[in-house]
Unconditional design. Structure first.
Length: 130
């Protein structure tokens, strides 16, 4: 990728059958809602396109859990600091929530558009679903 846009990921849509894409756009989009990555995995088990998006949804679910744990730890740490405990945990929670929501929107839009693009930054970490 020679593109300077950090949010732009490789488009692998050409690796998938167009009929598969058309038939599984909606079920693939549902998989980006954390924990619902199982819907495209089970609902379209023979679809490589749905499996691609199920894998991205799984990565997003793992990232959401990890960010939730990190948020809890940071909030606990700042909870011991009298001045910071009144606003830092709320700021951290808001940032984590907005980040997860942004990734959900990016994934859903990509799937509904019939594209196969990994999520920015986190999309290439795991490939558990084949």
């Amino acid at each position: 990728m020679s593109n300077n846009n950090f949010f732009e990921t490789e488009d692998t849509t050409g690796n998938f059958d167009t009929n598969d894409i058309e038939q599984n756009k909606v079920v693939s989009a549902i998989g980006y809602i954390p924990v619902l990555f199982l819907v495209p995995l089970l609902g379209a088990s023979n679809s490589p396109f749905a499996k691609f998006h199920a894998n991205q949804g799984l990565i997003l679910t793992i990232a959401a859990i990890a960010l939730g744990v990190a948020r809890s730890v940071l909030c606990a740490v700042f909870g011991f600091m009298p001045i910071l405990r009144n606003f830092v945990p709320d700021i951290i929670s808001a940032i984590v929530s907005v980040a997860i929501l942004a990734y959900i929107v990016i994934g859903v839009v990509t799937a509904v558009q019939g594209k196969a693009k990994k999520l920015p930054f986190i999309g290439g970490f795991l490939n558990l679903i084949h």
